[in-house]
Write a protein that binds this ligand. Sequence first.
Ligand code: F0G
Length: 433
Amino acid sequence: MRFQTQRPASWQVCIACGNEMVETDPHPRCNVCGGLLEIHHRPPHLTPAELLQRFTERRGGSPGANASGVWRFREIVLPSADAVVSYPEGNTPLLHRVVLDRWSGVEHLLLKHEGHNPTGSFKDRGMTVGVTQARRIGATAVACASTGNTAASLAAYAAQGGLPALVLVPRDGVPTGKLAQALAYGAKTLLVRGDFDDCLRLVEEASEHLGVYLLNSINPFRIEGQKTIVLELLQQLSWQSPDWIIFPAGNLGNTAAFGKALREARSWGLIERLPRLAAVQAAGAAPFARSFAEGFVERHRVKATTVATAIKIGNPASYDRAVVAIRETNGVVLSVPDAELLEAKATIDASGVGCEPASAVSLAGLRQLVRSGQVKPGDRVVAVLTGHILKDPDLLLRYHQETDPPPPGANRPVEIEPTLAAVERVLHEKREQ
Ligand code: F0G
């Protein structure tokens, strides 16, 4: 259908067939053709200057939902929402470390660290909006498939919103930190004998047949929340666009959200120029990079393998939205081998910043783009780190204790007798190295 009268403040549109649905329609996909949905908003009734003034006031304002790094931008996220379920989330730092400039090859690299969110990943930004919407439409339960972070985030926000949560994760390969969170926050946790792509197919079927509200990033309200990673970093840069935003890409929710945020920010007069997006995949899970290399003539699917379990995804759900985002921003998509992402991670960790493995593809990808000359050393680059260092402690311990051969930056613990002489010996050894 199409609205015949004036459109409401926000509504849903299928990006495949143009079908329009009301904002409170609970279908996770277009109810005509099954395509991906996108939320459209009427342009804000405020001028750009008035909007920016509001965002500034709320940033330093009193505690509560308006101080959230998501709901601060409510006019361009979900204007009609009230009774929001907010931790609050967002307000993550933009960091700079000279060692990471040197490693990547750009002169002044900024890191937007989304691991500083309440459950340790950017997922909280989409989940606060998704669970708020679930309550608005009277959902009785919420569900997702996940490589771990979405599950942890959904579990936490569902607990806060008083909704039962069901999470489907691959039986093998979900890092300890993430699984522990999902259990602790109280989600019913299903360990599926299959990979993430199997979990996603299954949860979509479950949402259709069992009446649970789907909160994967297929859900367009999740995308609205994730837009605020970009809105917040633009605000931190006084609305002066950087040249590049570089970030990890798995199921492609963020790629879609970043493109939409930039498109809207420009059309509503908040920024003048679009940064270029650079989406980075792990080489063993790079169907989107492969499609990009061929000019997006074909949608590829692969059997994914990578140590970066968060982005071990072979059939990304937001593919169609992400193609638009890359095209509109003159963006690029690339992939990095596991050895490089692990080296990048060890460098980020040793700088004192720390992040989970998938996040480090941002830095590894940036080094590749600098070496190939696509990114110039003087370009203004923001790299997004998507998750916290403690999400995947098992990988860290394996990495730092590997001896055959020790990987770059490995830092083996040393077992000693409880004597001063033993401590002294280790101290001297360190100095001699
Ligand atoms: N980084 C981290 C830490 C993630 O957890 C994910 C996705 C991504 C990057 C990729 O983002 O899917 O928007 O392209 N994690 C999902 C999950 C799949 O279930 O937690 P994307």
